[in-house]
Design a protein around this ligand. Structure first.
Ligand SMILES: C[S@@+](CC[C@H](N)C(=O)[O-])C[C@H]1O[C@@H](n2cnc3c(N)ncnc32)[C@H](O)[C@@H]1O
Length: 278
């Protein structure tokens, strides 16, 4: 098992995450540009939209929006969007892509969202590729609960905590089953214990970043505690990628398993109170 710090949220973790993303924003943007990389275009956005449904004419808020790739695509689909992130470096890049009145960019942490956003004022809420970057995910679920309108939908899409968890040893393994059959696989050596660890999230990035692993039950229980229910779920493989997948140092899925092992997890949330009233 890799070295791990306690996963308890702390002020040092919060500041480290702000510093990490301010330092990494330009590198991230260099890999994603205006419309996102292969993963965003072919995995993250389709999964988000499948779970969200039609957003035309709706009002949405993209939490942890980074450089605003998804927010801009929501605008193109006819939604009205607010993009929120605590990284000033990321938001200034987002503004360079779209400084128009079509998108409102808001610089604040998830924990402070209630001070900036009117309660229950959005038809949809999204948060993509950020859950593993958030020190205290209860802040995310509280923010979703605060922002969502009755009958609104929220979608979270993240790296799969089982199969794309940087604490696991993901390399090609040729194994023999008791039956004598040969199989390829990946090693899952760590899952249930939450941990904060330093990782390289993107090939070539200039410094490591802090990543927060939590099992799926921890994440969903935090969502339930925030008054949310799950009513949609997706596990997404790399099959839809156009480019040959880059075999990342700590992330390798044998090509024979690429249609079988999911890399992304997506889930849709609604306000529990609203469902009880139906
Ligand atoms: C990997 S980037 C994802 C950006 C974008 N959602 C995407 O799909 O490209 C993670 C983002 O989460 C933001 N973030 C992490 N913790 C946050 C918090 N507590 N409050 C606000 N933003 C946070 C970081 O600043 C960073 O921009």
């Amino acid at each position: 098992m890799p070295d791990a710090e306690s996963q308890r949220p702390s002020a040092e973790h919060d500041q480290r995450v702000i510093d990490d993303w301010n330092a990494l924003a330009r590198h991230y943007d260099g890999r994603h540009g205006d419309t996102g990389n292969d993963w965003h275009r072919n995995l993250v956005l389709p999964t988000t939209l499948n779970l969200l449904g039609d957003i035309q004419g709706k009002r949405g808020i993209d939490l942890c929006c980074g450089s605003g790739v998804l927010a801009r695509q929501f605008i193109d689909l006819g939604a009205h969007v607010t993009g929120v992130d605590q990284s000033r470096a990321f938001l200034s890049l987002a503004e360079q892509y779209d400084g128009s009145a079509d998108i409102e960019w808001l610089c604040c942490s998830l924990a402070d969202i209630a001070q900036h956003v009117a309660p229950n004022s959005f038809d949809f809420v999204t948060c993509t590729m950020a859950l593993m970057d958030i020190p205290a995910s209860e802040d995310l679920f509280a923010a979703i609960s605060h922002c969502l309108r009755p009958h609104g939908r929220a979608v979270v899409v993240t790296m799969h905590p089982v199969f794309k968890n940087p604490s696991n040893l993901q390399f090609k393994v040729g194994g023999e089953l008791a039956s004598g059959e040969e199989r390829e696989g990946i090693i899952i050596s760590h899952y249930l214990t939450p941990m904060a660890q330093e990782v390289v999230g993107m090939p070539g990035q200039p410094q490591k970043q802090l990543n927060f692993h939590r099992p799926i039950s921890d994440e969903l229980n935090r969502a339930f505690d925030a008054g949310l229910v799950v009513d949609g779920f997706a596990e997404v493989t790399k099959s839809a990628l156009e480019e040959t997948p880059t075999q990342h140092t700590n992330f390798f899925i044998p090509p024979t398993l690429e249609d079988e092992i999911p890399v992304l997890l997506g889930f849709r949330l609604r306000l529990a109170q609203t469902l009880r009233q139906v």
